[in-house]
Ligand binder design. Structure first.
Ligand SMILES: C[S@@+](CC[C@H](N)C(=O)[O-])C[C@H]1O[C@@H](n2cnc3c(N)ncnc32)[C@H](O)[C@@H]1O
Length: 210
């Protein structure tokens, strides 16, 4: 999987399809991030969430891990004028060892886990669980097919299919359908503390805790 090829077009593509809704949902639990002293961001991409976080006054220690050099460069450049304490790490999350001294209060993963197959997500969640302390919160944003049958559900399914074809073609994501992230987290004993949704439940952000 490599997002370098589309890194410079990512924001434009997103805004054509979703307008400002994805950024709105990424920022929907901002108060949880602002309460944290240490934040780990997984696959955070081009840095728009990070910039919003820093602009909101976050002074936490932040580690941003991403496997795309270009995404990381965009994030660094977007936040270069903000006062911050951010370490950008070029690595796959599967290979990354979080320093023992870094205990994350919040782990953020926006539109990251749905790039993977469910068996891969279980491995990633296993690593994440190893980094969680009792108080650590997991903020996860992703798509979800609305339960209620009807037009929105049909459009959601169509959009998901198109996105999967697009990302499989241009970035090589391994997901071939939308993973049931909520179900996987529940099966691992995570509890959902809060959920925000847009577009009738299609775009979601959850706070989870072990
Ligand atoms: C769909 S983009 C999401 C970007 C951003 N978080 C957002 O909200 O739009 C997925 C991001 O995860 C990164 N990524 C993909 N596989 C990864 C891996 N195994 N480890 C770390 N980052 C990864 C990609 O480089 C990309 O920046």
């Amino acid at each position: 999987m490599n997002f370098d090829r589309i890194a410079h077009h990512y924001e434009r593509i997103e805004s054509i399809v979703f307008g400002k809704d994805l950024q709105r949902i990424r920022c929907s639990h901002m108060e949880t991030f602002l309460d944290a002293e240490s934040i780990l961001l997984l696959g955070d991409g081009d840095g728009r969430f990070l910039k919003a976080l820093l602009d909101s006054g976050c002074s936490a220690k932040i580690i941003c891990v991403d496997s795309s050099q270009r995404m990381l460069k965009l994030a660094e450049s977007l936040t270069k004028d903000s006062k911050h304490n951010v370490r950008f790490v070029f690595s796959k999350i599967e290979d990354y060892d979080l320093p023992d001294s870094f205990i994350p209060d919040v782990i953020g993963a926006h539109f990251f886990l749905d790039c993977f197959r469910e068996d891969e997500i279980l491995v990633i969640l296993g690593r994440i669980s190893g980094w969680c302390k009792e108080h650590t919160k997991l903020v996860i944003s992703d798509f979800s097919i609305p339960e209620k049958r009807g037009f929105t559900r049909v459009i959601a399914k169509l959009l998901v299919w198109k996105m999967i074809v697009f990302f499989r073609t241009f970035t090589g994501i391994s997901a071939y359908n939308l993973p049931k992230i909520g179900q996987l987290l529940s099966e691992m004993s995570y509890k959902c503390l809060k959920k925000e949704t847009l577009r009738n439940g299609f775009i979601c952000s959850w706070i989870w805790q072990l």
